[in-house]
Design a protein around this ligand. Structure first.
Ligand SMILES: Nc1ncnc2c1ncn2[C@@H]1O[C@H](COP(=O)(O)OP(=O)(O)OP(=O)(O)O)[C@@H](O)[C@H]1O
Ligand SMILES: [Mg+2]
Length: 376
């Protein structure tokens, strides 16, 4: 154990330091320099590769001080070996002259510092700095790991929310269809019967007006069902996007130019179809809110190995930096949806330059013809 009268240890407990050094004299000098700098440490020495690896395998060191050149072994090789350790300690080069280039290269490789053997009086500051830097790096790495884990959890949550939302929509749609739709259809038959059999003209008139109300309610249930769980998707992505664009024009008066080049529509997975549909739906909703005067173009294509869905407008556009702070969830949700099907969403916009949303989703690889599959 190396100790001194004026202790200035950077940690509460004595440090465990490994010294990779082949010279007895230099080892003693370093031990003395540590002592006089106030570092309280247990200094263990390794003088070749085998003893270095053996000590690393059996002990836990707070710091490794390394001479640059050892017989048949260099500090850079020792560093490479250390990189295999799950939590390698910080390393400082304590060596004779190695040249500026080598010192810079060593620091770039990951060494915390370089101290010339003639400057051993500075060992205290160098050790303290290396340990602080290491702590900072570890805290930063931990923060990055925490951030990554939390992003992963958010992605999982978003996926879960999207799935439950679609499931809930499908349930609501089914209930509207079975309960409300079924009851309205039965009511329509009864009212039609009353209209046919009523002798009183006023009663017949009331029944006819009730028929109109029922027809209106039935149309509303169809519309709600279509929006909650687009049954039209069963007819394919092309027809359902066409239905969306036409409904948009009917509602807003804004024309939409649709270009549909889908040859492998039947091969599209249900989830991909639904994602593409929801992206066009949100893009058109955004256009009706944020670019109501714009010209709109929707382009669907499955050329190449991907499905691309592009919705472009020449409206006012927006500053993409705003997206980080905007309260809206539409575009964020679309990005998550695209990820969930293994695709990605490109959003491109600039103030005064319009907006373009592009979904790219990989298409399933077609099965190989049997003869080809058997060819080695
Ligand atoms: N086509 C567009 N033209 C101009 N600005 C747009 C367009 N689409 C989106 N934006 C801008 O991007 C922002 C974010 O859009 P996003 O869809 O995420 O949110 P939102 O539509 O405001 O709200 P939400 O979708 O949650 O109801 C919008 O607030 C708007 O400023
Ligand atoms: Mg929106």
């Amino acid at each position: 154990m190396i100790a001194s009268k004026s202790q200035s240890n950077p940690t509460d407990k004595p440090l465990n330091i490994l010294h990779l050094e082949d010279s007895d004299a230099d080892h003693l000098l370093l031990a003395r320099a540590l002592r006089s700098s106030g570092i309280v440490a247990t200094l263990t020495r390794a003088d070749d590769r085998a003893s270095f690896l053996a000590l690393m395998g059996t002990h836990t060191f707070d710091l490794v001080l390394m001479d640059f050149r050892l017989p048949g072994f260099t500090a850079l090789q020792a560093w490479d070996a250390l990189a295999q350790w799950p939590l390698p300690p910080p390393c400082v080069l304590v060596s004779g002259a190695i040249g500026e280039a080598a010192a810079v290269a060593a620091i770039q490789t990951g060494f915390s510092d370089y101290l010339h053997k003639n400057d051993l009086q500075a060992i205290g500051q160098v050790v303290t700095r290396a340990l602080k830097l290491h702590q900072l790096q570890q805290a930063r790495a931990q923060a990055a790991r925490d951030l990554q884990a939390s992003e992963q959890r958010i992605t999982q949550l978003a996926h879960h929310l999207q799935t439950s939302l679609e499931q809930e929509r499908a349930d609501i749609s089914r209930e509207i269809h079975d309960d409300i739709g079924g009851s309205l259809a039965a009511l329509r038959l009864d009212v039609a019967w009353i209209e046919r059999h009523a002798q009183n003209p006023a009663l017949r008139e009331r029944a006819a007006s009730a028929q109109d109300v029922i027809a209106h309610a039935l149309a509303a249930t169809q519309r709600i069902m279509q929006n909650t769980r687009p049954a039209i998707l069963d007819q394919g992505l092309g027809p359902s996007v066409q239905w969306l664009t036409q409904a948009h024009t009917r509602r807003t008066g804004q024309p939409v130019q649709l270009q549909c080049q889908l040859d492998t529509e039947h091969a599209l997975h249900d989830a991909v179809r639904l994602t593409a549909y929801r992206i066009v739906q949100e893009a058109l909703t955004n256009i009706s809110k944020h670019a109501p005067q714009a010209h709109v173009r929707v382009h669907l294509s499955d050329a190449g190995k991907a499905l691309t869905v592009e919705v472009t407008d020449n409206g006012p556009g927006f500053d993409m930096q705003q997206l980080r702070t905007t309260a809206g969830f539409g575009l964020k949700g679309l990005g998550e949806r695209a990820k969930n099907i293994g695709g990605w969403l490109d959003i491109s916009s600039q103030p005064g330059q319009g907006t373009s949303l592009t979904l790219t989703a990989p298409l399933p690889t077609p099965p190989m013809p049997a003869a080809q599959a058997l060819t080695p």
